[in-house]
Design a protein around this ligand. Structure first.
Ligand SMILES: *Cc1c(COP(=O)(O)O)cnc(C)c1O
Length: 389
């Protein structure tokens, strides 16, 4: 399936297999007819933003999640921004977010005029730590955004108890957690404002940017629908100041097709992850914890290694791509220097993780030989003695 590029510097296994970090083309080819037909229908209807294709997808995704309402928007970042606005968060407010997440979780807070406050994470689950969170609460704190990071469902019970005691709103960042259960219900079915991204590389990815907010309150649903379309209940009527963050109809049509395959694709990721996890059990490379059934979609498969940079290079020599999610904890990013965090040592768990984590290739289309090849490389690295135990 993958065409080898000619290399001047032959790596030991260069002619065997290569494992790219993602392979969106392989997935497209596997559903090409369905996708092309869906896009053609949109083109013929000439309804390009919002409208019936978007409404259809919203209803399908709401049914899939088990929640009354879904509002399609322009991106996952916009979903977070509009959810914050819907919850009434704005200037002067503080919102607690984990330091180890994608930048957009914090950026959305800044973009509604509020201040993100970074809290440390749990070293095993990588999720926002409830104890650290409570320590960051001030009289200005209005909300907290837990992230179901890497597609693993976060257990929100401790956070709910804290939020209740301090009168905080919880907005869930489920940008990586499509089709994941916590207990008997899916992430997105809690009734809280829950934000999804359909960025192409996500488990449910569009062929461009798109996002959605799930919720159970009719008033939230109405506000979100207004906010995404210039606060406009009907043409040239504006009942509040919103923005343009409508969903593209072509993206909605693509998502409707892909939603039908999501559970199967997630199951394949879980299968690959199980294989890798078991293979790594006796090595110095620490795999992600075994998930409870249904509680992880392995959007990313993140291992930890004391020699992370060497491991990354070792894999690259064998044509295996890897990534770091995320290399700089948010309190240390240049963009947030103005918030005045003292630097290294402030949020030790997030900082340590940033130096040890490595995301390995993980997608449904990985072949058995690619998974075996990847595991062999990891075992070779582990037994090469480069990895301190
Ligand atoms: C992808 C992502 C976002 C942003 O979504 P976009 O669609 O790229 O705007 C927000 N939070 C997390 C955790 C993400 O992974």
């Amino acid at each position: 399936m993958n065409i080898m590029t000619t290399r001047t510097e032959a790596a030991p296994h260069a002619d065997a297999v290569q494992v790219p970090f993602v392979d969106l083309k392989a997935q497209y080819l596997s559903i090409r007819e369905e996708i092309n037909e869906a896009i053609e229908k949109v083109l013929h209807s000439a309804q390009f933003v919002n409208g019936k294709w978007v409404e259809e997808f919203e209803q399908e995704f709401a049914r899939y999640l088990g929640v009354p309402y879904v509002v399609g928007v322009g991106s996952g970042t916009a979903a977070l921004e509009l959810a914050l606005k819907t919850a009434g968060i704005g200037a002067g407010d503080e919102v607690i977010v984990p330091a180890n997440t994608f930048f957009a979780t914090a950026e959305a807070v800044s973009n509604v005029g509020a201040t993100p406050v970074f809290a440390d994470v749990d070293p095993q689950s990588f999720h926002l730590d409830a104890v650290y969170t409570e320590a960051r609460i001030t009289p200005r704190t209005r909300a907290v955004i837990p992230v179901h990071l890497f597609g693993r469902a976060m257990d929100l019970r401790n956070l709910e108890e804290i939020a209740e005691r301090h009168g905080l709103t919880i907005i869930e960042d489920a940008a990586q957690a499509h089709g994941v259960f916590h207990g008997k219900t899916k992430i997105g079915a809690s009734g809280r404002l829950t934000c999804f991204s359909f960025y192409p590389g996500k488990n449910l990815g569009a062929y461009g940017d798109a996002g959605a907010v799930a919720c159970s309150q009719a008033s939230h649903f109405e506000t979100l629908r207004l906010l995404r379309d210039h606060g406009s209940p009907s043409k040239y009527q504006h009942s509040l100041v919103g923005t343009n963050s409508r969903m593209d109809a072509i993206q909605a049509a693509v998502l409707s097709v892909k939603l039908r395959h999501l559970d199967r694709w997630n199951a394949l990721r879980v299968e690959h992850a199980g294989h890798l996890r078991r293979g790594l059990a006796a090595t110095s490379i620490i795999p992600p914890e075994a998930p409870l059934k249904g509680e992880h979609n392995f959007h990313l498969f993140v291992v930890r290694s004391k020699s992370r940079d060497d491991l990354c290079k070792f894999l690259a020599q064998r044509n295996i791509s890897s990534g770091i999610h995320y290399p700089v904890p948010l309190h240390l990013t240049k963009a947030y220097q103005a918030l005045g965090y003292p630097g290294h040592g402030t949020l030790p768990v997030s900082e340590k993780l940033a130096s040890e984590i490595l995301s390995l290739p993980m997608y449904p289309e990985l072949s058995h030989s690619q998974v075996a090849y990847l595991l062999e490389a990891l075992l070779d690295f582990s037994s090469s003695g480069r990895e301190p135990r």
